[in-house]
Design a protein around this ligand. Structure first.
Ligand SMILES: Nc1ncnc2c1ncn2[C@@H]1O[C@H](COP(=O)(O)OP(=O)(O)OP(=O)(O)O)[C@@H](O)[C@H]1O
Ligand SMILES: [Mg+2]
Length: 321
């Protein structure tokens, strides 16, 4: 394997799930031949509507789900090799999830998990060293040790707890943070402070972030590059300004136009119809978006579009072939 400048490389990764029950079982490619890379100190967004395969990719990277095919390379080493060095991998690749209340045991004080992590990873020798170490990471997210000390998850707000879960993820000095919908349960005012935190940690700690979100506004604000997924496939990928200000794929256009505007007198410009035909779209032969695309032609329903590079942006749409 040749050395690359990517920290994480996903190469043609596929995940097949069997869905349905009894006689109605079908296999869907929840993730289909997906490839992308994340560079050191890069914030990379994975966006797309519910059920498009974002979390499945996160789970495969984190080792919670087995891939059906493809390869994942982290720091120039196959993920298969990292399995033998699981403790070191966890130290380097940390995760933050949607619901911070699920990340903490409700029966344990919040600082317990911090102490547990620093001792498990041998980051400090004793409690005297542990407290300033934990306090430093908490300060990086705008909290302090005294604010979490002896307090239970239910005694903190969702925003405080989400910041605490990011601080906990930072204890091991990771090089990659996999953040799956980290802001969807916090209010709009706090969303910005959390994504700002990612930007600061990237500057200060060289951290790379895989930022999974529905929220294109924060994605636009914080990320360097974005990949838009639809039914298991990346349909558009490139620099965030290019993709969101000048979307090429009809699905990215639809997503972008469905961002609600702050002005209450202006209505939403469009809406993403959440498919009740998710499975059908997954099984669609040609372009999986064809059934919803106003520009679809006959070939879109028949042939699966290849990806094309248009002005530095990868687009999977027949209009650009
Ligand atoms: N363990 C599983 N068994 C069967 N199907 C699954 C499993 N996990 C996910 N899927 C299916 O795979 C597809 C992708 O799911 P995934 O959770 O990756 O989507 P997502 O993009 O993260 O959605 P959301 O935005 O709602 O979190 C969906 O159709 C989902 O129902
Ligand atoms: Mg998800």
């Amino acid at each position: 394997m040749t050395a690359t400048e990517e920290l994480l490389q996903i190469e043609r990764v596929t995940k097949v799930f069997t869905v349905g029950s009894f006689f109605f079982k079908t296999r869907i490619n929840a993730v289909e031949n997906v490839s992308f890379g994340i560079k050191p100190a890069e914030i990379f967004t994975l966006a797309g509507e519910s059920g498009c395969g974002k979390s499945t990719i996160a789970k495969i990277i984190l080792g919670f789900e087995e891939k059906t095919a493809g390869e994942i390379v982290f720091e120039n080493e196959s993920i298969a090799h990292w399995r033998e060095k699981r403790q070191l991998f966890i130290q380097k690749v940390q995760a933050v999830f949607q619901n911070p209340f699920e990340s903490f045991n409700p029966l344990c004080a919040v600082d317990d998990i911090f102490f547990e992590t620093v001792y498990n990873f041998h980051l400090v020798q004793n409690e005297k060293e542990a407290i300033p170490f934990i306090d430093e990471r908490l300060k990086a997210v705008g909290l302090s040790f005294s604010e979490i000390h002896s307090r239970y998850p239910s005694e903190l707000s969702g925003g405080q707890l989400q910041r605490a879960s990011i601080a906990r993820a930072l204890l091991t000095n990771p090089s990659l943070l996999v953040a799956d919908e980290p802001v969807s349960m916090v209010d709009a005012s706090l969303r910005m402070s959390i994504v700002n935190l990612f930007a600061r940690l990237r500057e200060e700690m060289n951290l790379s972030v895989l930022y999974i979100t529905h929220d294109l506004a924060t994605a636009y604000y914080v990320s360097d590059r974005i990949a838009v997924m639809f039914r298991g496939n990346i349909v558009e990928m490139g620099p965030v300004e290019e993709v969101l200000l000048n979307p090429r794929h009809p699905y990215t256009q639809l997503l972008r136009d469905s961002i609600p505007e702050a002005n209450p007198h202006r209505k939403w410009k469009g809406s993403v119809r959440v498919a009740n035909v998710e499975e059908e779209e997954y099984l669609q032969k040609g372009c999986k978006f064809a059934g919803r695309c106003s520009l679809a032609e006959e070939r879109c329903r028949v042939d699966f579009p290849q990806e094309t590079l248009v002005d530095g942006v990868l687009v999977r749409c027949h209009r650009y072939n």
